[in-house]
Design a protein around this ligand. Structure first.
Ligand SMILES: [Zn+2]
Length: 197
């Protein structure tokens, strides 16, 4: 898992989705232990050794006790807590969703796009789906409380943080990646339509 996820992190960076060492990633191993990306790693050179184990409170544990995890570790922990079947959580600072989120309020709606089917359980382009937009916050405890309040809106394994980026998750690496890419693609399409109108 570590090597595969590290490769995906480098690939996502090539898309320009993790500028200036930003973004963070995590996975749950077969023993149920959470691993998260270390703080401040340049994602262009991200390696399997750049993950660290964390406690349920988001602190480094074991051999990593003195290592600083990503600033947004508590967001990852909350996703695993709300959706216990989750195995991988990915975060992106891709431009499309960030810009679109500044033009929308509490949700963004998509309808008519074939790629909506990239979200698990979604079988038709005809359904209108809503992706929640959560206000940005530096206070992670406050942000966790907003996630808790809006849990029922997380129907499509992802959300957008306003002016910040996206989070997507899944019960495998490839499912999480598909959800992240689906959301990014839909946001880019919607943004392109807004520019035309
Ligand atoms: Zn971020």
């Amino acid at each position: 898992m570590k090597e595969q996820l590290a490769q995906i992190i480098r690939d996502l960076n090539l898309k320009g989705w993790s500028p200036a060492t930003s973004t963070n990633y995590s996975f749950k191993d077969d023993q149920g232990q959470l691993w998260v990306s270390k703080s401040g790693r340049d994602k262009a050179y991200f390696e399997a050794e750049d993950f660290m184990t964390i406690t349920d409170e988001g602190k480094g544990m074991g051999a990593y006790e003195t290592v600083k995890p990503s600033d947004e570790t508590l967001i990852h922990i909350k996703i695993y807590a709300l959706f216990p079947e989750t195995k991988v959580v990915l975060h992106s600072h891709a431009e499309g969703p960030v810009v679109l989120s500044m033009l929308e309020s509490e949700q963004v709606a998509f309808q008519g796009f074939e790629v909506q089917k990239g979200f698990k359980g979604q079988t038709s382009h005809e359904d209108q789906i809503q992706i929640p937009i959560i206000e940005n916050a530096q206070d992670m405890i406050l942000f966790q409380s907003w996630m808790e309040e809006r849990k029922n809106e997380f129907q499509h394994y992802c959300f957008i943080i306003k002016g910040h980026g996206t989070y997507a998750w899944g019960n495998s690496l490839f499912e999480a990646k598909r959800h992240l890419e689906t959301l990014d693609y839909l946001c880019s399409c919607k943004l392109a339509l807004k520019k035309i109108k």
